[in-house]
Write a protein that binds this ligand. Sequence first.
Ligand code: ADP
Ligand code: MG
Length: 398
Amino acid sequence: MNGRTEHGPDRAAAAYREVYGAAPAGVWAAPGRINLIGEHTDYNDGFVMPLALPLTTLAAASARDDGVLRLSSGDVPGSVVTLSVDALSPDARDGGSWAAYPAGVVWALREAGLPVGGADLHFDSSVPTGAGLSSSAALEVATATALDELYGLGLARPEAARLCQRAENDFVGVPCGVMDQMASACCTAGHALFLDTRDLRLRQVPLDLAAAGLRLLVVDTRVKHELGDGAYARRRASCEAGARALGVRALRDVPYESLDDALAELAGAERSGGDGAVPRRVRHVVTENRRVAEVVRRLDAGEPAAIGPLLTAGHASCRDDFEVSCAELDLVVEAANAAGALGARMTGGGFGGSAIVLVAEETAGAVAEAVGKAFAAAGHRGPRIFPALPADGARRVC
Ligand code: ADP
Ligand code: MG
């Protein structure tokens, strides 16, 4: 990001002009997200409840008629990646390069038979990367939203999200679920997005925090523990093993009411050599799906403050049963709740990244200060803390 002007459509368009020598046909925005509740449920066909952040990735873009794809980003100054859309292939992808994300989207759209040709794109983002706020999905969805309009594809938003997920899974090579892309594509301001990841059934659930005198604080711990990648694959494998052992298609099919029976069955199977992990993973997924349903019920009843304890219970389950938290995330939750927060939890994949804290407006400052002090006392680098109201999903901004 260059520091001359504020992040926004004007800066994105000006940077595009500098890089490509002409004005863009338009500028499209796609937000980062937090997940209110429903963690590690999306690859179990379960329920999630993300909301869009006011932080966005902007794509200033124009179509080209020669099949050339050019990509540049304010986060990677001075480099323009030039590719041919006909030559895009997951095998030829430029391994660790950031350009694999937008190039993968072009590839996925074309794989779906959509008439997408070349384009020039410049990205300008206010979503911090690697903070668990889904800068990768914002980058993908900004790309898809721009190309959708430039090429008149008429893509439904959930379909665009699915194709962005395919880009990240099969082109970039990251085995993520569909939540992040759905959040970036489909959220609306003032709402959390209830999403059934089995069939992408969705519902906008009112979450007017300001009217209720509440705030959500996002706490970016600014740490990312490296064990995350392998651990994610192992968690997925444990969930699949649990579903197999219980004879269901996915853990979403284990009813909360029969959790005890399921755990007894798994414990029996584990006596022959397991380490007890599978039952704990199953318990997290089944109870987390239940917590999502309960959060929806309380929000529908107009009681947003009452979701606080469910957030904290969700954190305990991520920490103890799914084992995807870390010392910094636990410290946010502990310090925030001790300072009077209504509830708090890690959000996103875990092992670092960000946590969210639900607070009454008048205690927001004191809670943020308490979290900062707790980090200093523990010798951690200061976290980045900012308030967030549910914002709109992907859209054209100029
Ligand atoms: P998260 O999605 O939680 O931010 P990821 O590791 O999934 O973290 O994605 C971060 C990666 O996405 C970055 O390392 C970079 O390759 C790419 N990326 C995201 N936003 C941008 C951007 N604006 N410009 C260039 N690359 C970006
Ligand atoms: Mg990501």
